[in-house]
Ligand binder design. Structure first.
Ligand SMILES: Nc1ncnc2c1ncn2[C@@H]1O[C@H](COP(=O)(O)OP(=O)(O)O)[C@@H](O)[C@H]1O
Ligand SMILES: [Mg+2]
Length: 395
């Protein structure tokens, strides 16, 4: 099929072609001339003057139009749709910036948080018995549990429940676990939030979130508010230096948190709200956070020693109901714990899991010493491979 030059109207002179049929599409025109020639041309879409000219030229050439498609989607509809999408995006962003309620991108998280609250403290299965190797930290937190359980007894003596407890320790040492267990043991609701969620790009959004969190806490008191990775409130501010508003946002979020914590002082003593925060890097925290009346109780959560590591291994063997081979003695497990020098609780949990996987691979129904030893060496190897630096905290 021979293509003909771009501007078809000039081409269709009665002298050139006489009779035939034409099929006009949205962007092209096909001619079946009576001379037997077939011609085709691309048409500039949505330019109606060209089409009108084409029509009259065809008619003059006595070419019959046998089919014509509708000329595609009109330009105005396309532009309108783009405008609508754009306006919707702008509107959603404005809602997020102003902290508006209703449907938004943050809805899913809100639902998760509500579900957590609705499930109440009984859904949190973490108990103090499931935490091992950090007995001193546990003891210090235990007192907060007592105070939450019977706030009246302390109030009668003029003592008030601490407003803020800061758990400081290396990653995986059990800080989150300890906070959850505190709520479960005290039988109070646990409002969970990560500080990273507060620091957003939009100025004022983080502060609004903190306010909302404390409003909910006030309604649910007595309860525990848990703020994980609280160092993000500072560390983020430097990484966002280049971006407008980043620094200011971390600052205003932090200030809002301090204001909300100060506000807890005026609460009735019978319904305390305790804020527990966790950090891997207490040294970067803003000093204002550590002042009296805020996080004035700092509980160190160190790495476990060998005896502690053995206890943690046993806890996870129990929690996962791992069938340990009968020939594995407690002393042998102790040797495994010795080998795990510098490991946090989370790593020990991973080792129990890896040993169980190895036993399953062997098609064995019990986990033996070879599995444990292989799990430890595999863990050490993978740590070297990924070059994670040694944990800086030791007991
Ligand atoms: N002391 C511990 N006793 C028992 N399990 C622990 C302990 N520390 C950590 N774990 C295990 O490691 C997991 C991660 O610990 P997590 O509390 O999240 O650490 P962190 O918050 O300090 O980074 C826990 O869910 C738990 O299974
Ligand atoms: Mg944690």
């Amino acid at each position: 099929m021979a293509p003909f030059p771009f501007c078809p109207p000039l081409f269709f002179r009665p002298s050139f072609c006489c009779g035939g049929e034409a099929v006009i599409g949205a962007s092209q025109c096909v001619l079946y001339l009576s001379s037997g020639t077939r011609l085709f041309a691309r048409l500039p879409t949505a330019v109606s003057p060209v089409k009108d000219e084409l029509w009259s030229a065809l008619r003059r050439a006595k070419v019959q139009i046998v089919a014509e498609h509708a000329g595609g989607v009109p330009q105005i509809v396309v532009s309108g749709m783009f405008l609508l999408v754009y306006l919707t995006m702008v509107y959603t962003m404005m809602r997020r910036m102003t902290g508006g309620r209703g449907k938004g991108w943050g809805d899913a998280r809100k639902k998760v948080m509500q579900a957590q609250e609705a499930s109440g403290p009984n859904a949190l299965v973490t108990r103090f018995d499931d935490i091992a190797g950090i007995d001193r930290s546990k003891l210090e937190v235990q007192e907060v549990v007592e105070m939450l359980r019977s706030p009246g007894r302390y109030a009668a003596l003029g003592a008030s429940v601490p407003r803020g407890v800061l758990l400081a320790g290396p990653p995986g040492s059990g800080k989150t676990l300890l906070a959850r267990a505190t709520a479960a043991e005290a039988g109070v609701p646990f409002l969970n939030a990560a500080a990273t969620e507060f620091v957003e790009l939009f100025v004022g959004r983080g502060a609004a979130r903190v306010r909302q969190l404390f409003e909910r806490a006030r309604k649910m008191a007595p309860c525990i508010v848990f703020i994980d990775e609280i160092d993000a409130l500072r560390a983020r501010s430097s990484s966002l230096m280049g971006m407008a508003g980043g620094n200011q946002e971390a600052e205003s979020t932090l200030n809002q948190l301090l204001t909300c914590m100060d506000g807890l002082a005026t609460r009735e003593p019978g319904r305390p709200v305790v804020v527990i925060a966790a950090t891997n890097r207490p040294e970067v925290l803003d000093e204002a956070l550590l002042r009296p009346g805020r996080f004035d109780r700092v509980v160190q959560v160190p790495l476990p020693n060998a005896a502690g590591r053995l206890e943690i291994l046993k806890v996870h063997l129990r929690l996962r109901a791992v069938p340990v081979a009968p020939e594995v003695t407690s002393q042998q497990l102790g040797e495994i714990a010795e080998k795990c020098d510098g490991f946090p609780g989370a790593a020990l949990e991973a080792i129990v899991n890896e040993a169980a996987i190895r036993a399953a691979r062997r098609n064995s129904s019990t986990v033996n010493m070879v599995d444990f030893e292989a799990a430890v060496s595999e863990f050490n190897q993978s740590r070297e491979k990924t070059r994670i630096p040694d944990f800086p905290w030791k007991m």
